[in-house]
Design a binder for this molecule. Structure first.
Ligand SMILES: Cc1cc2nc3c(=O)[nH]c(=O)nc-3n(C[C@H](O)[C@H](O)[C@H](O)COP(=O)(O)OP(=O)(O)OC[C@H]3O[C@@H](n4cnc5c(N)ncnc54)[C@H](O)[C@@H]3O)c2cc1C
Length: 590
């Protein structure tokens, strides 16, 4: 096996960052500017990462347009999370928010402006003033292309800082020493199909979400949960995977997102009777209640026969905003509605349905970005490994994320992980540690098994079976018998995923091979999701279980940890903020 070690080409870096979305790029910038050698890997050109699709905004209590305070932002985030968010990390995020946004502004990010020159801010779901009283204007926006503006700004800064990009490279597995410390990754250069060992003193996972495990999603094709699969295979648990956010307004039948910014600007939802039904469900915040709440209300309307058209969707009305506002603040939304629904929103309402959008769970990490596992019930830092952005459960979003808090999480924790690594680096400045062959061999075996199979299941068939199962068995409302059936169906799919076969064995840009490798990550995420969901016997945030309609803080104010051997453990929610007073659980009404 020494031959293996010799035969694979190797590269060494201070830091390998897997992922070039907002989180990865904010982190790498911090590292490159500090003079560390940084390799950023991405399956696609960096500015095609899913962050580019973010529309509505990034939250920060700047108070440019109405009074605002970080304490209000903190309260909203804790309440939005249905008390499952860790309050130390939440305080850290909301207090850092204004600085993180001003920093982007100084980097040249083209935010929309108020007449006085300050950054334009719009209202967004669940963001309020005076601890829940009324909507506040907190979402800093660049029209409805905020993620686009952010990602390009960060990319350009990285180019200036001489970050090394490995474009169209796919990370495969984590590499560890015998103590479990992470020392780098195996990765495939997609163009040649060649596999490399990338050694690193610090490895950062910033691989984004896994929304593609569902059939109808707003997520990009590359959002296949690779970082989660890599962590799970290395024995690291996945946290709170039962919590998936359905965004209220995906274009019916197409899945493409219509930003909540539409409702922030004054748009609202209608049922077939032309009734603005959210007034009934959330008398105070109405259409700007948090997403889990609005999605369930829409589902209820549809179930009770008040859906529009064929009864399967509701409508999003915005024509009353006027052509000028729509063209200025929501130009991409208009384009999307025309292209995907054949509707011009200046004249007519857009047909919308709740659509899978975001994973609240992920790789457990603290607010320095360090990955934290659990051994015999005790938390343990995984040396050398960090997780940031949507692939991480930091956990600021808990059981339900507020809109615009994700872009914020990327820049705050990308930066803090970068700073933390820089602060740790002198200690690890010595040579790279000796890397045992075990994980390299296991990773190569995995690829070789796929390559050598001469018959079996077609990749897209098994992936589609998984997607349909997740969609029909793990949706907006959950019922125990259906969830249990979903768990059995996913378990039945595992051997099929282990038997994936593709005919094209060529090395150069072999997308069949890449899809099969992604599938291996997706099935881990699906397994984690159904197992975690079936076992949480309460309703909290995005997990709404028919048989247990209430939140149960006595038994369930705790994080789920799923391990790849299909074992569950739990750990307490961190209720103690850094300096603020703890926000105790209370009923969640809007
Ligand atoms: C349509 C849409 C609109 C949204 N709008 C908003 C909004 O307005 N405000 C807000 O706060 N949030 C919004 N969100 C959520 C937010 O955009 C995402 O959560 C966030 O952008 C994720 O960023 P990230 O850096 O974690 O990952 P991503 O931007 O998804 O990037 C992941 C990166 O990892 C790379 N990668 C993955 N696997 C591998 C691998 N195996 N090897 C190498 N590279 C790999 C990819 O190539 C990519 O570069 C929106 C999401 C969507 C889908």
């Amino acid at each position: 096996m020494a031959a293996v070690k010799k035969s694979l080409p190797r590269r060494q870096f201070d830091v390998v960052v897997v992922g070039a979305g907002g989180a990865g790029l904010r982190c790498s910038l911090q590292l490159a500017q500090a003079g560390l050698s940084v390799a950023v890997l991405s399956k696609v050109f960096p500015t095609r990462s899913h962050t580019v699709a973010a529309q509505g905004g990034v939250s920060a209590s700047l108070g440019n347009m109405s009074e605002d305070h970080w304490q209000w932002h903190m309260y909203d985030t804790v309440k939005g999370s249905d008390w499952l968010g860790d309050q130390d990390a939440i305080e850290f995020m909301v207090r850092e928010a204004p600085n993180a946004v001003y920093e982007l502004e100084h980097f040249g990010m083209p935010f929309d402006r108020n007449p006085d020159g300050t950054i334009y801010q719009r209202p967004f779901g669940g963001h309020t003033s005076h601890f829940g009283e009324k909507p506040v204007q907190r979402a800093c926006a660049a029209a409805d292309r905020t993620g686009h503006a952010m990602l390009h700004t960060l990319y350009q800064r990285n180019v200036a800082a001489r970050t090394q990009f490995f474009v169209e490279w796919m990370a495969l597995d984590l590499l560890r020493n015998n103590a479990g410390d992470v020392l780098g990754v195996t990765a495939m250069e997609m163009e040649t199909g060649e596999i490399f060992v990338l050694e690193a003193k610090h490895t950062v996972l910033a691989t984004g979400g896994a929304g593609r495990i569902f059939a109808a999603t707003t997520n990009a094709f590359i959002n296949t949960g690779d970082g989660l699969g890599m962590a799970a295979r290395a024995g690291i648990p996945l946290q709170d995977m039962e919590f998936w956010q359905f965004h209220p307004t995906g274009v019916a039948g197409a899945g493409v997102l219509i930003t909540e910014g539409v409702r922030g600007e004054g748009g609202y939802l209608l049922n077939k009777d032309g009734e603005r039904f959210m007034e009934r469900y959330a008398p105070q915040l109405k259409d700007l209640a948090p997403r889990d709440f609005v999605s369930r209300s829409m589902d209820q309307e549809i179930k009770e026969g008040r859906g529009c058209g064929d009864g399967s969707y509701v409508q999003l009305k915005l024509d009353h905003l006027g052509a000028e506002t729509i063209m200025k603040r929501l130009p991409s939304i208009r384009e999307i509605a025309i292209k995907f629904a054949n509707i011009d929103p200046i004249k007519d309402p857009i047909p919308v349905v709740p659509t899978l959008h975001y994973q609240m769970g992920g790789i457990p990490a603290n607010y320095h970005g360090q990955v934290v596992t659990q051994v015999n019930g005790v938390e343990k830092i995984v040396n050398g490994l960090y997780a940031i952005g949507e692939c991480a459960a930091t956990s600021v979003h808990g059981a339900n994320r507020l809109g615009t808090n994700s872009l914020l999480d990327l820049i705050v924790f990308g930066r803090s992980a970068g700073n933390f690594i820089v602060s740790q680096h002198p200690e690890r400045e010595h040579a790279h540690q000796e890397l045992p062959d075990t994980d390299i061999e296991a990773s190569l075996d995995r690829v070789n098994r796929l390559e050598s199979r001469t018959s079996g299941e077609k990749t897209h068939d098994v992936i589609n079976r998984m997607r349909d199962t997740m969609q029909s068995h793990c949706g907006v409302f959950r019922k125990m018998d259906i969830l249990q059936e979903g768990e059995r169906m996913v378990a039945d799919l595992v051997p099929q995923f282990d038997n994936i076969y593709y005919a094209d064995k060529s090395k150069v840009f072999n997308t069949a091979r890449i899809e099969a490798l992604e599938a291996a990550n997706m099935i881990e995420v699906a397994r984690a999701t159904v197992k975690s969901a079936v076992n949480r016997l309460e309703s909290r945030g995005a997990h709404a279980l028919d048989e247990y309609p209430e939140r149960d803080d006595e038994n369930w104010l705790k994080h789920t940890l799923w391990f790849a051997d299909n074992r569950l453990e739990y750990k307490p929610v961190r209720m103690q903020p850094l300096t603020a007073e703890s926000i105790p659980p209370k009923p969640r009404t809007f």
